[in-house]
Each structure stands twice: as C-alpha cells, then as structure tokens.
Design a protein around this ligand. Structure first.
Ligand SMILES: CC(C)(COP(=O)(O)OP(=O)(O)OC[C@H]1O[C@@H](n2cnc3c(N)ncnc32)[C@H](O)[C@@H]1OP(=O)(O)O)[C@@H](O)C(=O)NCCC(=O)NCCS
Length: 179
C-alpha cells in the first residue's frame, strides 16, 4: 500500500510515527521480528523467514481505519518498531532491543492512546501481556493501565503454553497529556 495524503504522521520529541510502507520497512522490522530477545513474549515465535515478515507487513498495511490504527516507529530516520492497534481495542508495541529503557515506547504510545480515545472514541483499551514480561507491564502501569485479570495457558507459542495478564485503560482514566 503506498502512502496517501490523508495518512497520519505523528511527531513526538524523538520519534516519527507513520503508517507502514512494506518495502521500506522490511529490513528494520525483520531485524526486530526475528530477534529472540524482542520476541521472547510476543504472541508468535521469532520470524525465521523473510516471507513471514512480508506477510506481517502486508497484514499491517491492509488494516482498515475502522479496524485499527497502527504505526511504524521511526527513530533517527530508521524503522525501529511499531506501536498501536492492529485490531481495536488491543494495543501492541515492539521496539529494537538496542533502544530499550529510554522511554521511547512510552513516548510513542501517548499520542496513539490519545487518538484512540479522542478520534476513534474507544471506551477502553486492553493489553494482553505474558506475566514474565516485566518491561511491558511496567510500561503499561506507567501509562495508567491497571491489571484486570489473569488467565493460564492462553496462548500456545512455539510449543509452549503461555499465560496472560490482562490490562485495561478506560477513557475516563486517561488524563490529558501531550506527547
Ligand atoms: C516492552 C517494551 C516495548 C518496552 O519498551 P521501552 O522503550 O524499553 O519502554 P520504556 O523505556 O518506555 O519503559 C517503560 C518503563 O518500563 C521499565 N522497563 C523497561 N524494561 C524493563 C524490564 N525489562 N524490566 C523492568 N522494567 C522495565 C522502564 O524502566 C520504564 O519504567 P521507569 O520509567 O519507571 O523507569 C520493549 O521492552 C519491547 O519492545 N519488548 C519486546 C516486545 C514486547 O514484549 N512487547 C509487548 C508485548 S505485550
């Protein structure tokens, strides 16, 4: 899918968030999606082929405005991850492990969450996190999400059953913030 004049582009202090451009984003996203550290608690195992990443990028590009609102994260001109909604109301994010711990994903998610509540009028945003994923849970709590419940053996990933901790953020509890 080529970019359209109406496609949103969000500038935060350090990042540019924009719609996926499959050819352009392939190398950056394949590096992240095939990285065992980045994918340790993802819903699928690390990508072991280029085609897997191409399919993933095509699915992201095919997301319709009523279905989701997903963004590629660009940092210093490089494609380094993604943040947003592949399907409402589930939020998802991933970034190059070399960039972890600098507040970059929190910075990306503030305007994305803002759009979800103000533009897309979601009542609630939810996140499904592996209980071992301390970084993701800390990130969500920092953004105001609260744990709603837990469930065991929710996902079979690479032959291993994984558990889920569910987090939720309601529109009422989202304070006015700026990116
Ligand atoms: C989870 C992830 C997106 C966090 O990205 P990030 O840019 O490092 O997050 P931030 O720097 O904004 O950190 C948010 C908070 O989490 C904390 N944090 C980050 N990684 C952590 C870890 N491994 N353990 C504990 N806390 C951690 C940070 O210190 C920060 O809290 P603080 O401000 O109180 O210090 C990133 O680690 C990632 O891409 N993981 C792989 C993909 C993934 O698991 N996605 C989520 C699926 S549910």
């Amino acid at each position: 899918m080529s970019s359209r004049a109406t496609d949103p582009v969000i500038h935060t202090r350090r990042l540019v968030l924009r719609r996926v451009r499959p050819e352009h984003d392939f190398a950056g996203m394949h590096a992240v999606l095939s990285d065992p550290a980045a994918m340790a608690y993802w819903a699928t195992p690390p990508h072991d082929s280029a085609d897997q990443t191409r399919d993933w990028l095509a699915a992201m590009a095919a997301t319709q405005p009523r279905e989701g609102d997903d963004f590629i994260i660009e940092y210093q001109g490089r494609t380094v991850g993604k943040a947003g909604f592949f399907r409402f109301p589930d939020i998802g994010y991933i970034i190059d492990p070399a960039l972890w711990g600098q507040g970059l994903v929190a910075e990306a998610l503030v305007p994305v969450i803002d759009r979800a509540f103000t533009l897309h009028r979601l009542e609630q945003i939810i996140a499904d996190v592996d209980p071992r994923n301390a970084g993701s849970m800390r990130l969500l709590e920092k953004l105001g999400f609260a744990e709603s419940h837990r469930a065991q053996a929710t996902l079979l990933i690479g032959g291993e059953w994984c558990d889920s901790v569910y987090f939720a953020l309601s529109r009422e509890s989202w304070p006015a913030r700026t990116a």
